[in-house]
Write a protein that binds this ligand. Structure first.
Ligand SMILES: [Zn+2]
Ligand SMILES: [Zn+2]
Length: 268
């Protein structure tokens, strides 16, 4: 170990991602538009990850096309087939009335309007804990289906001139339930919760919400190298001065914790 190996991880502000766990999440959308990204959900020996599609240059699309040729009617079930799925990322202010565990500080959100009597993380009793709004900014990423639901809602509420009221001026609740095929999400508009919110914090960059790898790195991931190791390799390159500032930002953002969380977020 030498001093030269010590790295300062955060020059840029690390993005905080909202985990859409089972429960009710009451959010104020802060971005007027969501950032859409075509992604692939890839399961390899290197782990599971949602990765940005590289378009024409995308090795995952190349495999998909190959599988379509080889198995014209059954490619969807073929091992390694990973269709493009569009994801939408944006900043929200989490306004959920939640309980914060006095022992482990983890946040418990209501399920069906009710709270469990004990903290799901550490088992401490939380029945006497008062609820309080989370009141923090997060980046959230949702599926195309949920985005369509939000879009549909955004046209329902009209002002005096019969113009849609901007989505950023009232709260929406995303209710997450565990279905048989994964998490199911229902969007509920809360047009009565239309107080003005002021956000002092800086917003996160929604274009960084999805893991972006180079063509070579995607191939490495599919061969079984973990995203973490891929980022560490980038980090090393950076020591030689070969990586740009933008990549440095990404390196700073990724930790094992973030990787696990991204898996959770997109494994719905
Ligand atoms: Zn692709
Ligand atoms: Zn706890």
């Amino acid at each position: 170990m030498s001093f030269a190996e010590v790295r300062v991880p955060t020059v840029f502000k690390k993005s905080q991602y909202l985990r859409l766990d089972v429960g009710e999440h009451t959010l104020r959308i802060l971005d007027e538009n969501a950032t859409a990204t075509d992604t692939h959900y890839v399961i390899s020996r290197g782990g599971r990850a949602t990765i940005k599609c590289l378009g024409e240059d995308c090795p995952i699309c190349a495999i998909n096309n190959q599988l379509k040729l080889e198995h014209p009617s059954t490619f969807r079930n073929a091992q390694g087939y990973s269709p493009i799925s569009r994801r939408h990322s944006f900043n929200v202010l989490d306004r959920t009335e939640a309980k914060i565990c006095p022992k482990c500080q983890s946040v418990t959100k209501p399920r069906g309007g009710k709270f469990p009597s004990t903290c799901p993380e550490c088992g401490s009793f939380i029945s006497d804990v008062e609820t309080a709004p989370v009141n923090k900014v997060f980046l959230v990423t949702i599926s195309d289906a949920v985005a369509k639901d939000i879009n549909r809602i955004s046209k329902l509420y009209l002002d005096k001139d019969r113009e849609p009221i901007p989505l950023t001026s009232y709260d929406v609740t995303i209710s997450v339930e565990q279905g048989t095929k994964g998490r199911e999400m229902t969007v509920i508009a809360q047009p009565q919760r239309n107080d003005e919110v002021t956000v002092e914090e800086e917003l996160f960059d929604p274009t960084t919400a999805i893991t972006a790898l180079s063509k070579e790195e995607i191939v490495e991931f599919m061969r079984g190298i973990s995203i973490r190791d891929i980022y560490m390799a980038r980090n090393k390159k950076d020591d030689v001065g070969a990586t740009s500032k933008k990549e440095e930002n990404k390196v700073a953002e990724v930790s094992k914790e973030a990787e696990d969380m991204i898996n959770k977020l997109f494994g719905e």
